[in-house]
Design a protein. Structure first.
Ligand SMILES: Cc1cc2nc3c(=O)[nH]c(=O)nc-3n(C[C@H](O)[C@H](O)[C@H](O)COP(=O)(O)OP(=O)(O)OC[C@H]3O[C@@H](n4cnc5c(N)ncnc54)[C@H](O)[C@@H]3O)c2cc1C
Length: 464
Protein backbone atom coordinates (compact mmCIF):
# COMPACT_ATOMS: atom_id res chain seq x y z
CA UNK A 1 0.00 0.00 0.00
CA UNK A 2 1.26 3.44 -0.91
CA UNK A 3 1.21 6.05 1.85
CA UNK A 4 0.05 8.96 -0.26
CA UNK A 5 -3.49 9.60 -1.39
CA UNK A 6 -4.91 7.91 -4.51
CA UNK A 7 -7.08 10.20 -6.65
CA UNK A 8 -9.59 8.78 -9.12
CA UNK A 9 -10.70 11.21 -11.83
CA UNK A 10 -14.35 10.31 -12.36
CA UNK A 11 -15.79 11.05 -15.81
CA UNK A 12 -18.48 8.86 -17.39
CA UNK A 13 -17.65 5.95 -15.08
CA UNK A 14 -20.54 5.77 -12.62
CA UNK A 15 -20.10 2.08 -11.86
CA UNK A 16 -18.37 -0.19 -9.36
CA UNK A 17 -18.15 -3.15 -11.74
CA UNK A 18 -15.32 -3.01 -14.31
CA UNK A 19 -14.20 0.39 -13.13
CA UNK A 20 -10.53 -0.44 -13.59
CA UNK A 21 -9.00 2.88 -12.49
CA UNK A 22 -11.07 3.11 -9.33
CA UNK A 23 -10.32 -0.50 -8.42
CA UNK A 24 -6.60 0.09 -8.93
CA UNK A 25 -6.67 3.23 -6.74
CA UNK A 26 -8.27 1.27 -3.89
CA UNK A 27 -5.80 -1.58 -4.37
CA UNK A 28 -2.78 0.72 -4.07
CA UNK A 29 -3.90 3.31 -1.51
CA UNK A 30 -5.62 3.21 1.85
CA UNK A 31 -6.62 6.86 1.33
CA UNK A 32 -8.72 7.34 -1.79
CA UNK A 33 -10.61 10.39 -3.06
CA UNK A 34 -12.82 10.46 -6.15
CA UNK A 35 -13.13 13.81 -7.88
CA UNK A 36 -15.47 15.04 -10.62
CA UNK A 37 -14.59 18.10 -12.70
CA UNK A 38 -17.75 19.98 -13.48
CA UNK A 39 -17.01 22.09 -16.54
CA UNK A 40 -20.03 24.33 -16.63
CA UNK A 41 -19.50 25.70 -20.13
CA UNK A 42 -19.46 22.18 -21.52
CA UNK A 43 -22.79 21.39 -19.88
CA UNK A 44 -24.43 24.65 -20.93
CA UNK A 45 -25.15 23.01 -24.30
CA UNK A 46 -26.10 19.70 -22.69
CA UNK A 47 -28.98 20.71 -20.47
CA UNK A 48 -30.69 17.31 -20.25
CA UNK A 49 -27.44 15.63 -19.31
CA UNK A 50 -27.12 17.84 -16.25
CA UNK A 51 -30.12 16.03 -14.83
CA UNK A 52 -28.63 12.56 -15.40
CA UNK A 53 -25.27 13.77 -14.13
CA UNK A 54 -26.73 15.22 -10.93
CA UNK A 55 -28.65 12.01 -10.23
CA UNK A 56 -25.62 9.85 -10.99
CA UNK A 57 -23.35 11.89 -8.75
CA UNK A 58 -25.80 11.68 -5.88
CA UNK A 59 -26.23 7.95 -6.29
CA UNK A 60 -22.51 7.25 -6.67
CA UNK A 61 -21.75 9.40 -3.64
CA UNK A 62 -24.12 7.24 -1.60
CA UNK A 63 -22.52 4.06 -2.90
CA UNK A 64 -18.95 5.17 -2.30
CA UNK A 65 -19.92 6.30 1.18
CA UNK A 66 -20.29 2.63 2.06
CA UNK A 67 -16.64 2.14 1.06
CA UNK A 68 -15.60 5.26 3.03
CA UNK A 69 -14.68 7.07 -0.14
CA UNK A 70 -15.56 10.71 -0.75
CA UNK A 71 -16.58 12.25 -4.06
CA UNK A 72 -15.44 15.84 -4.37
CA UNK A 73 -17.02 17.92 -7.12
CA UNK A 74 -14.94 20.79 -8.44
CA UNK A 75 -16.23 23.48 -10.73
CA UNK A 76 -13.77 24.57 -13.39
CA UNK A 77 -13.74 26.44 -16.68
CA UNK A 78 -10.78 24.53 -18.01
CA UNK A 79 -9.37 21.09 -17.32
CA UNK A 80 -5.94 22.42 -18.21
CA UNK A 81 -5.88 25.19 -15.63
CA UNK A 82 -7.23 22.78 -13.00
CA UNK A 83 -4.49 20.22 -13.66
CA UNK A 84 -1.74 22.84 -14.00
CA UNK A 85 -2.54 23.85 -10.43
CA UNK A 86 -2.77 20.24 -9.32
CA UNK A 87 0.74 19.44 -10.62
CA UNK A 88 2.11 21.73 -7.91
CA UNK A 89 0.82 19.43 -5.18
CA UNK A 90 2.98 16.35 -5.16
CA UNK A 91 1.44 14.24 -2.44
CA UNK A 92 -0.86 12.09 -4.58
CA UNK A 93 -1.09 9.46 -7.31
CA UNK A 94 -3.81 9.68 -9.93
CA UNK A 95 -5.86 7.16 -11.92
CA UNK A 96 -8.50 7.47 -14.61
CA UNK A 97 -10.26 5.56 -17.38
CA UNK A 98 -9.97 6.67 -20.99
CA UNK A 99 -12.74 8.58 -22.79
CA UNK A 100 -12.60 7.84 -26.50
CA UNK A 101 -13.03 11.33 -27.90
CA UNK A 102 -10.14 13.08 -29.67
CA UNK A 103 -10.04 15.99 -27.19
CA UNK A 104 -9.87 13.69 -24.20
CA UNK A 105 -7.29 11.40 -25.77
CA UNK A 106 -5.03 14.30 -26.68
CA UNK A 107 -5.48 15.74 -23.18
CA UNK A 108 -4.38 12.35 -21.80
CA UNK A 109 -1.11 12.90 -23.67
CA UNK A 110 -0.69 16.35 -22.13
CA UNK A 111 -1.38 14.95 -18.67
CA UNK A 112 0.96 11.99 -19.11
CA UNK A 113 3.79 14.29 -20.16
CA UNK A 114 3.30 16.75 -17.31
CA UNK A 115 2.66 14.18 -14.62
CA UNK A 116 5.88 12.44 -15.65
CA UNK A 117 7.80 15.75 -15.62
CA UNK A 118 6.45 16.46 -12.14
CA UNK A 119 7.27 12.92 -10.97
CA UNK A 120 3.67 12.22 -10.06
CA UNK A 121 2.51 8.63 -10.18
CA UNK A 122 -0.37 8.00 -12.60
CA UNK A 123 -2.06 5.21 -14.53
CA UNK A 124 -4.66 5.33 -17.30
CA UNK A 125 -7.05 2.43 -17.91
CA UNK A 126 -9.36 1.11 -20.56
CA UNK A 127 -12.72 2.90 -20.51
CA UNK A 128 -16.20 1.90 -21.66
CA UNK A 129 -15.47 0.27 -25.00
CA UNK A 130 -14.74 -3.21 -26.37
CA UNK A 131 -11.73 -2.27 -28.52
CA UNK A 132 -9.59 0.76 -27.81
CA UNK A 133 -9.59 2.47 -31.25
CA UNK A 134 -7.07 -0.09 -32.44
CA UNK A 135 -9.06 -1.97 -35.07
CA UNK A 136 -7.55 -1.41 -38.50
CA UNK A 137 -7.52 -3.03 -41.92
CA UNK A 138 -4.74 -5.41 -42.89
CA UNK A 139 -2.89 -2.53 -44.59
CA UNK A 140 -2.91 -0.49 -41.36
CA UNK A 141 -5.53 2.04 -42.45
CA UNK A 142 -8.80 2.67 -40.57
CA UNK A 143 -12.08 1.12 -41.68
CA UNK A 144 -14.63 3.36 -43.38
CA UNK A 145 -17.36 0.75 -43.80
CA UNK A 146 -19.21 -0.85 -40.90
CA UNK A 147 -19.57 -4.52 -41.94
CA UNK A 148 -15.88 -5.34 -42.46
CA UNK A 149 -15.05 -3.19 -39.41
CA UNK A 150 -17.32 -5.20 -37.15
CA UNK A 151 -16.21 -8.56 -38.56
CA UNK A 152 -12.63 -7.69 -37.64
CA UNK A 153 -13.51 -5.90 -34.40
CA UNK A 154 -15.43 -8.86 -32.98
CA UNK A 155 -12.53 -11.25 -33.60
CA UNK A 156 -10.04 -8.75 -32.24
CA UNK A 157 -12.04 -8.32 -29.04
CA UNK A 158 -12.51 -12.04 -28.51
CA UNK A 159 -8.77 -12.59 -28.73
CA UNK A 160 -8.21 -10.22 -25.80
CA UNK A 161 -10.85 -11.17 -23.21
CA UNK A 162 -11.34 -12.32 -20.49
CA UNK A 163 -9.78 -10.45 -17.60
CA UNK A 164 -10.02 -11.43 -13.99
CA UNK A 165 -12.61 -9.29 -12.27
CA UNK A 166 -11.35 -7.37 -9.25
CA UNK A 167 -13.49 -5.52 -6.72
CA UNK A 168 -13.37 -2.28 -4.76
CA UNK A 169 -12.55 -2.74 -1.10
CA UNK A 170 -13.67 -0.73 1.93
CA UNK A 171 -11.41 1.99 3.47
CA UNK A 172 -10.96 2.37 7.22
CA UNK A 173 -11.58 6.11 7.13
CA UNK A 174 -12.78 8.73 4.72
CA UNK A 175 -10.22 11.11 3.24
CA UNK A 176 -10.59 14.47 1.60
CA UNK A 177 -8.23 16.32 -0.72
CA UNK A 178 -9.62 19.37 -2.53
CA UNK A 179 -10.57 22.61 -0.84
CA UNK A 180 -12.95 24.36 -3.20
CA UNK A 181 -15.67 21.84 -3.78
CA UNK A 182 -19.28 22.40 -4.79
CA UNK A 183 -22.52 20.75 -3.80
CA UNK A 184 -24.13 18.37 -6.29
CA UNK A 185 -27.22 20.62 -6.38
CA UNK A 186 -25.18 23.12 -8.43
CA UNK A 187 -24.95 20.57 -11.22
CA UNK A 188 -28.70 20.16 -11.72
CA UNK A 189 -30.39 22.17 -14.49
CA UNK A 190 -32.41 25.16 -13.44
CA UNK A 191 -35.27 24.54 -15.87
CA UNK A 192 -38.31 22.64 -14.67
CA UNK A 193 -38.93 20.43 -17.72
CA UNK A 194 -36.45 17.88 -16.50
CA UNK A 195 -38.68 17.02 -13.56
CA UNK A 196 -40.58 14.74 -15.95
CA UNK A 197 -37.50 12.60 -16.49
CA UNK A 198 -37.93 11.09 -13.01
CA UNK A 199 -40.96 9.27 -14.32
CA UNK A 200 -38.97 7.49 -17.01
CA UNK A 201 -35.48 6.88 -15.70
CA UNK A 202 -33.48 5.78 -12.64
CA UNK A 203 -29.90 6.75 -13.33
CA UNK A 204 -27.85 4.18 -11.43
CA UNK A 205 -25.85 1.00 -11.96
CA UNK A 206 -28.50 -1.38 -10.54
CA UNK A 207 -31.14 -0.09 -12.93
CA UNK A 208 -28.77 -0.57 -15.86
CA UNK A 209 -28.14 -4.18 -14.81
CA UNK A 210 -31.85 -4.77 -14.27
CA UNK A 211 -32.72 -3.30 -17.68
CA UNK A 212 -30.13 -5.48 -19.39
CA UNK A 213 -31.40 -8.64 -17.65
CA UNK A 214 -35.01 -7.85 -18.47
CA UNK A 215 -34.10 -7.13 -22.11
CA UNK A 216 -32.15 -10.38 -22.44
CA UNK A 217 -34.86 -12.47 -20.76
CA UNK A 218 -37.90 -10.96 -22.46
CA UNK A 219 -37.09 -9.00 -25.59
CA UNK A 220 -33.80 -9.90 -27.26
CA UNK A 221 -35.37 -12.73 -29.28
CA UNK A 222 -37.72 -10.36 -31.08
CA UNK A 223 -35.18 -7.49 -31.21
CA UNK A 224 -34.33 -7.72 -34.94
CA UNK A 225 -37.92 -6.93 -35.90
CA UNK A 226 -39.35 -5.14 -32.87
CA UNK A 227 -36.54 -2.55 -32.82
CA UNK A 228 -38.20 -0.80 -35.76
CA UNK A 229 -41.51 -0.03 -34.09
CA UNK A 230 -41.46 3.01 -31.82
CA UNK A 231 -44.69 2.16 -29.98
CA UNK A 232 -43.19 -1.14 -28.79
CA UNK A 233 -40.58 -1.58 -26.12
CA UNK A 234 -38.42 -3.42 -28.60
CA UNK A 235 -34.94 -2.08 -27.85
CA UNK A 236 -32.90 -2.19 -24.65
CA UNK A 237 -33.12 1.54 -23.76
CA UNK A 238 -29.66 1.16 -22.28
CA UNK A 239 -28.12 4.10 -24.14
CA UNK A 240 -28.13 6.70 -21.31
CA UNK A 241 -26.64 4.12 -18.92
CA UNK A 242 -23.94 3.19 -21.43
CA UNK A 243 -23.19 6.85 -22.05
CA UNK A 244 -22.66 7.52 -18.33
CA UNK A 245 -20.78 4.30 -17.78
CA UNK A 246 -23.40 2.79 -15.46
CA UNK A 247 -22.87 -0.36 -17.45
CA UNK A 248 -19.73 -1.42 -19.27
CA UNK A 249 -20.19 -2.67 -22.84
CA UNK A 250 -18.01 -5.66 -21.88
CA UNK A 251 -20.67 -6.62 -19.32
CA UNK A 252 -23.31 -6.41 -22.05
CA UNK A 253 -21.17 -8.59 -24.27
CA UNK A 254 -20.56 -11.16 -21.52
CA UNK A 255 -24.24 -11.42 -20.60
CA UNK A 256 -25.16 -11.85 -24.28
CA UNK A 257 -22.43 -14.46 -24.77
CA UNK A 258 -24.06 -16.63 -22.08
CA UNK A 259 -27.22 -17.12 -24.10
CA UNK A 260 -28.02 -18.63 -27.46
CA UNK A 261 -31.02 -16.69 -28.61
CA UNK A 262 -32.11 -15.17 -31.87
CA UNK A 263 -31.49 -11.45 -31.89
CA UNK A 264 -28.20 -11.54 -29.99
CA UNK A 265 -26.02 -10.96 -33.04
CA UNK A 266 -28.18 -8.10 -34.27
CA UNK A 267 -28.12 -6.49 -30.83
CA UNK A 268 -24.34 -6.86 -30.51
CA UNK A 269 -23.97 -5.39 -34.00
CA UNK A 270 -25.64 -2.21 -32.69
CA UNK A 271 -23.06 -2.09 -29.92
CA UNK A 272 -20.70 -2.56 -32.86
CA UNK A 273 -22.03 0.63 -34.49
CA UNK A 274 -21.10 2.47 -31.32
CA UNK A 275 -17.57 1.01 -31.61
CA UNK A 276 -17.43 1.95 -35.30
CA UNK A 277 -18.53 5.52 -34.58
CA UNK A 278 -15.85 5.92 -31.94
CA UNK A 279 -13.30 4.60 -34.38
CA UNK A 280 -14.49 7.08 -37.03
CA UNK A 281 -14.34 10.24 -34.91
CA UNK A 282 -10.88 9.33 -33.66
CA UNK A 283 -9.39 8.44 -37.04
CA UNK A 284 -11.21 11.24 -38.87
CA UNK A 285 -11.53 13.98 -36.24
CA UNK A 286 -12.37 16.62 -38.86
CA UNK A 287 -15.92 15.16 -38.82
CA UNK A 288 -16.50 16.56 -35.34
CA UNK A 289 -16.52 20.08 -36.75
CA UNK A 290 -17.88 19.46 -40.24
CA UNK A 291 -18.76 16.99 -42.96
CA UNK A 292 -16.82 13.74 -43.16
CA UNK A 293 -17.36 13.92 -46.90
CA UNK A 294 -15.85 17.21 -48.09
CA UNK A 295 -18.12 17.48 -51.11
CA UNK A 296 -20.94 18.38 -48.71
CA UNK A 297 -19.07 21.56 -47.74
CA UNK A 298 -20.69 23.09 -50.83
CA UNK A 299 -24.22 21.94 -50.04
CA UNK A 300 -26.68 24.87 -50.31
CA UNK A 301 -28.20 24.60 -46.79
CA UNK A 302 -30.98 27.05 -45.95
CA UNK A 303 -31.25 29.13 -42.82
CA UNK A 304 -34.88 29.09 -41.71
CA UNK A 305 -35.42 29.84 -38.00
CA UNK A 306 -39.21 29.40 -38.31
CA UNK A 307 -38.91 25.90 -39.73
CA UNK A 308 -36.17 25.01 -37.27
CA UNK A 309 -38.32 26.11 -34.36
CA UNK A 310 -41.34 24.14 -35.65
CA UNK A 311 -39.13 21.06 -35.92
CA UNK A 312 -37.73 21.48 -32.41
CA UNK A 313 -41.17 21.87 -30.89
CA UNK A 314 -42.80 19.02 -32.80
CA UNK A 315 -45.07 21.28 -34.84
CA UNK A 316 -44.17 20.46 -38.43
CA UNK A 317 -47.58 19.05 -39.33
CA UNK A 318 -46.07 15.61 -40.03
CA UNK A 319 -47.32 13.43 -37.16
CA UNK A 320 -44.46 10.91 -36.98
CA UNK A 321 -41.88 13.72 -36.98
CA UNK A 322 -43.77 15.67 -34.33
CA UNK A 323 -44.28 12.59 -32.16
CA UNK A 324 -40.53 11.93 -32.22
CA UNK A 325 -39.58 15.47 -31.26
CA UNK A 326 -42.12 15.48 -28.45
CA UNK A 327 -40.89 12.12 -27.18
CA UNK A 328 -37.44 13.68 -27.04
CA UNK A 329 -38.64 16.84 -25.27
CA UNK A 330 -40.61 14.83 -22.72
CA UNK A 331 -38.33 11.90 -21.97
CA UNK A 332 -34.80 12.92 -23.03
CA UNK A 333 -34.71 9.94 -25.43
CA UNK A 334 -36.03 9.13 -28.89
CA UNK A 335 -36.50 5.82 -30.65
CA UNK A 336 -33.77 5.08 -33.23
CA UNK A 337 -36.17 4.67 -36.19
CA UNK A 338 -37.70 8.05 -35.36
CA UNK A 339 -34.28 9.68 -34.92
CA UNK A 340 -33.67 8.71 -38.54
CA UNK A 341 -37.04 10.06 -39.66
CA UNK A 342 -36.79 13.42 -37.87
CA UNK A 343 -33.16 13.77 -38.93
CA UNK A 344 -33.95 13.11 -42.56
CA UNK A 345 -36.86 15.56 -42.38
CA UNK A 346 -34.64 18.36 -41.05
CA UNK A 347 -31.86 17.97 -43.59
CA UNK A 348 -33.85 16.90 -46.64
CA UNK A 349 -37.35 18.36 -46.34
CA UNK A 350 -36.27 21.57 -44.63
CA UNK A 351 -32.74 21.72 -46.10
CA UNK A 352 -31.37 22.78 -42.72
CA UNK A 353 -27.75 21.90 -41.95
CA UNK A 354 -27.42 18.68 -39.91
CA UNK A 355 -25.29 20.58 -37.40
CA UNK A 356 -28.41 22.38 -36.16
CA UNK A 357 -30.02 19.01 -35.45
CA UNK A 358 -26.86 17.69 -33.86
CA UNK A 359 -26.75 20.72 -31.54
CA UNK A 360 -30.37 20.32 -30.52
CA UNK A 361 -30.00 16.58 -29.86
CA UNK A 362 -26.86 17.29 -27.83
CA UNK A 363 -28.86 19.60 -25.59
CA UNK A 364 -31.87 17.31 -25.18
CA UNK A 365 -30.63 13.71 -25.28
CA UNK A 366 -29.85 11.89 -22.05
CA UNK A 367 -27.68 9.50 -24.07
CA UNK A 368 -25.86 12.27 -25.96
CA UNK A 369 -22.51 10.97 -26.99
CA UNK A 370 -20.13 12.78 -29.36
CA UNK A 371 -19.30 9.75 -31.51
CA UNK A 372 -22.86 8.46 -31.92
CA UNK A 373 -24.56 11.81 -32.33
CA UNK A 374 -22.15 13.18 -34.91
CA UNK A 375 -22.00 9.94 -36.85
CA UNK A 376 -25.77 9.44 -36.55
CA UNK A 377 -26.43 12.87 -38.03
CA UNK A 378 -23.91 12.43 -40.80
CA UNK A 379 -25.35 9.01 -41.56
CA UNK A 380 -28.82 10.53 -41.94
CA UNK A 381 -27.50 13.43 -44.02
CA UNK A 382 -25.52 11.31 -46.42
CA UNK A 383 -22.25 13.11 -45.68
CA UNK A 384 -20.82 10.50 -43.27
CA UNK A 385 -18.72 7.38 -43.77
CA UNK A 386 -20.90 4.41 -44.76
CA UNK A 387 -23.93 6.73 -44.68
CA UNK A 388 -27.42 6.50 -46.15
CA UNK A 389 -27.17 8.13 -49.61
CA UNK A 390 -28.55 11.68 -49.66
CA UNK A 391 -30.95 10.88 -52.50
CA UNK A 392 -32.72 8.24 -50.38
CA UNK A 393 -35.31 10.52 -48.81
CA UNK A 394 -37.54 9.14 -46.06
CA UNK A 395 -41.19 9.77 -46.78
CA UNK A 396 -42.61 10.73 -43.35
CA UNK A 397 -46.10 9.59 -44.34
CA UNK A 398 -45.02 6.12 -45.50
CA UNK A 399 -42.59 5.74 -42.60
CA UNK A 400 -45.45 6.51 -40.22
CA UNK A 401 -47.83 4.13 -41.98
CA UNK A 402 -45.26 1.34 -41.98
CA UNK A 403 -43.77 1.66 -38.51
CA UNK A 404 -46.72 3.10 -36.60
CA UNK A 405 -49.55 1.46 -38.46
CA UNK A 406 -52.03 1.55 -35.60
CA UNK A 407 -50.92 5.04 -34.64
CA UNK A 408 -50.18 4.22 -31.00
CA UNK A 409 -46.94 6.17 -31.01
CA UNK A 410 -48.40 9.25 -32.68
CA UNK A 411 -51.50 9.25 -30.47
CA UNK A 412 -49.32 9.02 -27.35
CA UNK A 413 -47.14 12.03 -28.17
CA UNK A 414 -49.50 14.07 -30.35
CA UNK A 415 -52.75 13.72 -28.43
CA UNK A 416 -54.44 16.40 -30.58
CA UNK A 417 -54.70 13.69 -33.23
CA UNK A 418 -56.15 10.98 -31.03
CA UNK A 419 -59.53 10.88 -32.79
CA UNK A 420 -58.14 10.91 -36.31
CA UNK A 421 -58.82 7.52 -37.97
CA UNK A 422 -55.75 5.40 -38.78
CA UNK A 423 -56.27 5.92 -42.50
CA UNK A 424 -55.54 9.65 -42.11
CA UNK A 425 -53.39 9.66 -39.00
CA UNK A 426 -50.12 10.17 -40.88
CA UNK A 427 -51.66 12.66 -43.33
CA UNK A 428 -54.38 14.45 -41.35
CA UNK A 429 -54.67 17.20 -43.97
CA UNK A 430 -56.45 14.70 -46.25
CA UNK A 431 -59.22 14.13 -43.69
CA UNK A 432 -60.92 17.50 -44.21
CA UNK A 433 -63.23 17.11 -41.21
CA UNK A 434 -63.19 19.99 -38.73
CA UNK A 435 -65.24 18.02 -36.24
CA UNK A 436 -62.36 15.64 -35.73
CA UNK A 437 -59.39 17.98 -36.01
CA UNK A 438 -59.22 21.67 -36.84
CA UNK A 439 -55.99 21.96 -38.77
CA UNK A 440 -54.24 25.26 -38.43
CA UNK A 441 -55.78 25.69 -34.96
CA UNK A 442 -55.37 22.48 -33.00
CA UNK A 443 -52.58 21.01 -35.09
CA UNK A 444 -50.54 22.66 -37.87
CA UNK A 445 -50.85 22.12 -41.59
CA UNK A 446 -47.64 20.57 -42.96
CA UNK A 447 -44.95 23.27 -43.07
CA UNK A 448 -43.73 21.90 -46.42
CA UNK A 449 -45.32 19.73 -49.08
CA UNK A 450 -43.59 16.35 -49.19
CA UNK A 451 -43.33 15.99 -52.97
CA UNK A 452 -42.12 19.56 -53.49
CA UNK A 453 -39.63 19.32 -50.65
CA UNK A 454 -38.31 16.05 -52.05
CA UNK A 455 -37.81 17.58 -55.49
CA UNK A 456 -36.03 20.60 -53.98
CA UNK A 457 -33.74 18.34 -51.96
CA UNK A 458 -32.77 16.31 -55.01
CA UNK A 459 -32.12 19.51 -56.90
CA UNK A 460 -29.93 20.87 -54.12
CA UNK A 461 -28.01 17.59 -54.06
CA UNK A 462 -27.28 17.91 -57.79
CA UNK A 463 -25.34 21.11 -57.01
CA UNK A 464 -22.65 19.16 -55.18
C1 LIG B 1 -29.51 11.35 -35.78
C2 LIG B 1 -29.09 10.32 -34.75
C3 LIG B 1 -28.48 10.73 -33.57
C4 LIG B 1 -28.09 9.79 -32.62
N1 LIG B 1 -27.48 10.23 -31.45
C5 LIG B 1 -27.09 9.32 -30.53
C6 LIG B 1 -26.45 9.74 -29.33
O1 LIG B 1 -26.19 10.92 -29.10
N2 LIG B 1 -26.11 8.79 -28.43
C7 LIG B 1 -26.34 7.45 -28.65
O2 LIG B 1 -26.01 6.63 -27.79
N3 LIG B 1 -26.91 7.03 -29.79
C8 LIG B 1 -27.30 7.91 -30.72
N4 LIG B 1 -27.91 7.47 -31.88
C9 LIG B 1 -27.99 6.02 -32.13
C10 LIG B 1 -29.28 5.31 -31.64
O3 LIG B 1 -30.40 6.02 -32.05
C11 LIG B 1 -29.32 5.12 -30.12
O4 LIG B 1 -28.11 4.57 -29.67
C12 LIG B 1 -30.45 4.17 -29.74
O5 LIG B 1 -31.68 4.68 -30.17
C13 LIG B 1 -30.47 3.99 -28.24
O6 LIG B 1 -31.56 3.22 -27.84
P1 LIG B 1 -31.36 1.79 -27.19
O7 LIG B 1 -30.37 1.86 -26.07
O8 LIG B 1 -32.70 1.25 -26.88
O9 LIG B 1 -30.71 0.99 -28.39
P2 LIG B 1 -30.58 -0.57 -28.67
O10 LIG B 1 -31.18 -0.83 -30.00
O11 LIG B 1 -31.04 -1.37 -27.54
O12 LIG B 1 -29.00 -0.75 -28.87
C14 LIG B 1 -28.09 -1.03 -27.79
C15 LIG B 1 -26.98 -0.03 -27.78
O13 LIG B 1 -26.25 -0.06 -29.01
C16 LIG B 1 -25.84 1.26 -29.37
N5 LIG B 1 -26.54 1.64 -30.60
C17 LIG B 1 -27.78 1.28 -31.01
N6 LIG B 1 -28.05 1.82 -32.21
C18 LIG B 1 -26.96 2.52 -32.58
C19 LIG B 1 -26.62 3.32 -33.72
N7 LIG B 1 -27.45 3.45 -34.75
N8 LIG B 1 -25.41 3.93 -33.73
C20 LIG B 1 -24.55 3.78 -32.71
N9 LIG B 1 -24.81 3.05 -31.61
C21 LIG B 1 -25.99 2.44 -31.54
C22 LIG B 1 -26.26 2.17 -28.24
O14 LIG B 1 -25.19 2.28 -27.32
C23 LIG B 1 -27.44 1.41 -27.65
O15 LIG B 1 -27.70 1.75 -26.31
C24 LIG B 1 -28.31 8.41 -32.85
C25 LIG B 1 -28.93 8.01 -34.05
C26 LIG B 1 -29.32 8.96 -34.99
C27 LIG B 1 -29.97 8.49 -36.25
Amino acid sequence: MKKNIGLFWLKDDFRLKKNLALIEATKNHEKVVVFYLYKKIKYDNQEAQKWWLGKSLEDFKRKLNYYNINIEIIKTDSYKSFFDKLFKKKDFSIYWNRTYEPNYLSFDKYLSKNLTLNKINFKIFKGNILNEIDVKKGDGTPFKVFTPFWRTAEKFYLEKIPQIEKKISKRKNKSSFFKEIINVQEVYPKKKWFKKFDKYWSPNEESATKELKSFISNRIESYSDARNFPSRLGTSKLSPYIKHGQIHVETIWEECAKIKKKGVNKFLAEIGWREFNHSLINFFPHMIKGNYSKKFDKFPWKKNPTFLQAWKKGLTGYPIVDAGMRELNNTGWMHNRVRMIVGSFLVKHLLINWMEGEKFFKNCLLDYNEANNISGWQWVSGCGADAAPYFRIFNPILQGEKFDKEGEYVRKWVPELKNVPNKFLHKPWELKNDNIIRLGKEYPYPIVNHEQARAKALNAFKKI
